[in-house]
Structure formats: structure tokens, C-alpha cells
Write a protein that binds this ligand. Structure first.
Ligand SMILES: *[C@@H]1O[C@H](CO)[C@@H](O)[C@H](O)[C@H]1NC(C)=O
Ligand SMILES: *[C@@H]1O[C@H](CO)[C@@H](O)[C@H](O)[C@H]1NC(C)=O
Length: 234
């Protein structure tokens, strides 16, 4: 019987392997459910190192940060709708967002026939605890039609080109804020001097100069530097 004995042992080993694999799968599949909830800003990494993307989803902003959550939706390629979310570390999303093209920004309840202005800023430059470069101007587009902003197609008069978030290392979570204003027939511009630098932009003065008061809607998302990424040139 020297032939059948090893075969039986092989079958037992195979069975044990399958059992172990099934247990491992069951275990890993429960992890995102048990720890993927909100209330863990920045530090949490529920789906870390999960290349399949299962369980790697943006978490909701903590309650203290939802003040700007309005009717504006922000969709990045791959990431989806990250309005009022924290970009997770898993799937290299924090690295990817630094190179992804401009997002789709949708204002579904825009008023037909109206003209809009979109402003995207980072108030936490270079960090939230030391925002001496507040505001960092990421994107300014005026003359956006209602039809375009309803569809999320941000085009019109590009005053400042889209620049993706590149939070510097060890500066914690940054807020990326989007404001939409009813432009009306205002002619929007930024002085040549101001347009030279993105940092330390005086948003309040810009709004005052254009007689813009309250925004129509807004939102924000948060992300931070991914430790594994080479520091961006800032
Ligand atoms: C996008 O996310 C925001 C905030 O979580 C939510 O209010 C909105 O309904 C979402 N929209 C879509 C189309 O997923
Ligand atoms: C933008 O809109 C303003 C106000 O309606 C208008 O005067 C201006 O010509 C428009 N600019 C462009 C580049 O379309």
C-alpha cells in the first residue's frame, strides 16, 4: 500500500488547506464591517493593503466637520463621491488623489439659466495648526452655466487652473473646500499680483471686491499626505 497512503495524506492536506483558506477568507471579509465605520478620522486604515478595493471606502467626516456639507457632490475618478468624506489610505487613494484629474463637481439643484462661480481652497496650508498660507487656491472657475454644473461639468472661464491636493508630509489632515456662488452678471477676475501665487490668498477680500456674500452651496473633503509617497514639491 505504499502508493495509496501518501495519496490519502495528500487529500487530508488539501482538505486542511481549503479549510484554512475558507477560515481566512471569512475572517478578512468581516474586518471591513467591524472597523470600517466613521468616527475614526485619519488614523483608521480599515481596508489597508487591500488591492481589490473591498472595504476600502471613504469614511464620513466627523460631526464637527460637516458644517460645509451642502448640496454639492464631488466625484473623483476611481474614488467616486467624496463629498463630506475622508480619503482613506487604502488602495493608495491618498497618493492617487494628488495626480487624478479635476473632479466632477455637481450641483443638482442649480437654477436654470443662472451663472455660477466655483472656488476650491485649502484653509490648512501648510497645516491646520499653522495655516500661514491660508487660503491655498486650488481652483477658480467663473461663468459656469447651470446646465454644466448640474451635470458636474466644470468649465467656463478658468481663472485658476485645477491643482490637485498635495498635503505636505507630517501636516495632518487638510480640508479641501468647495464653494459655489451665484455669479449673476458679475465679471470675476483675480489681480495679476494675486494670480502669481496660490498660497495666502485673501478669499474674503476677493468676495468683498466682487460683492459676493453667501455661497449658494458648499462641501469639503479631507485627506492627508500618504507617508509612503515622496514629498511633493510645495
Ligand atoms: C454624495 O455624497 C454626499 C455626502 O455624503 C451625499 O449627500 C450625496 O447624496 C451623494 N450623492 C451621490 C450621487 O452619491
Ligand atoms: C463671464 O460672464 C460675465 C457676466 O455675465 C460676462 O460679462 C463675461 O463676458 C463672461 N466672460 C467670458 C469669458 O465668457
Amino acid at each position: 500500500m505504499p502508493v495509496t497512503v501518501p495519496m490519502k495524506m495528500g487529500a487530508v492536506a488539501l482538505f486542511l488547506c481549503l479549510l484554512a483558506a475558507a477560515l481566512w477568507l471569512g475572517l478578512t471579509m468581516t474586518i471591513p464591517e467591524s472597523s470600517g465605520g466613521g468616527g475614526n478620522p485619519g488614523g483608521g486604515n480599515p481596508g489597508g493593503g487591500n488591492p481589490g478595493g473591498n472595504g476600502c471606502v471613504p469614511t464620513s467626516l466627523p460631526t464637527a466637520e460637516v458644517g460645509l456639507c451642502g448640496k454639492l457632490e464631488v466625484f473623483y475618478m476611481e474614488l467616486g463621491n467624496i463629498s463630506c468624506k475622508i480619503i482613506p489610505k487604502c488602495n493608495l487613494y491618498r497618493q492617487k488623489i494628488t495626480t487624478l484629474p479635476q473632479p466632477i463637481v455637481k450641483f443638482p439643484t442649480a437654477i436654470d439659466g443662472a451663472q455660477y462661480l466655483l472656488v476650491m481652497v485649502d484653509p490648512d496650508a501648510p497645516s491646520r495648526t499653522d495655516p500661514r498660507m491660508k487660503y491655498w487656491r486650488h481652483w477658480v472657475v467663473s461663468n459656469i452655466t447651470a446646465a454644466d454644473i448640474k451635470a458636474g461639468n466644470i468649465r467656463g472661464n478658468v481663472i485658476t487652473d485645477y491643482q490637485p491636493p498635495t498635503p505636505p508630509p507630517t501636516t495632518g489632515l487638510h480640508r479641501y473646500q468647495f464653494f459655489v456662488y451665484l455669479q449673476g452678471d458679475r465679471v470675476i477676475s483675480i489681480s495679476t499680483k494675486d494670480n502669481r501665487n496660490r498660497g495666502a490668498w485673501n478669499l474674503q477680500k476677493f468676495l468683498k471686491d466682487h460683492n459676493l456674500q453667501n455661497h449658494e452651496t458648499s462641501t469639503q473633503f479631507m485627506t492627508e499626505h500618504d507617508g509612503a509617497w515622496p514629498p511633493p514639491a510645495f
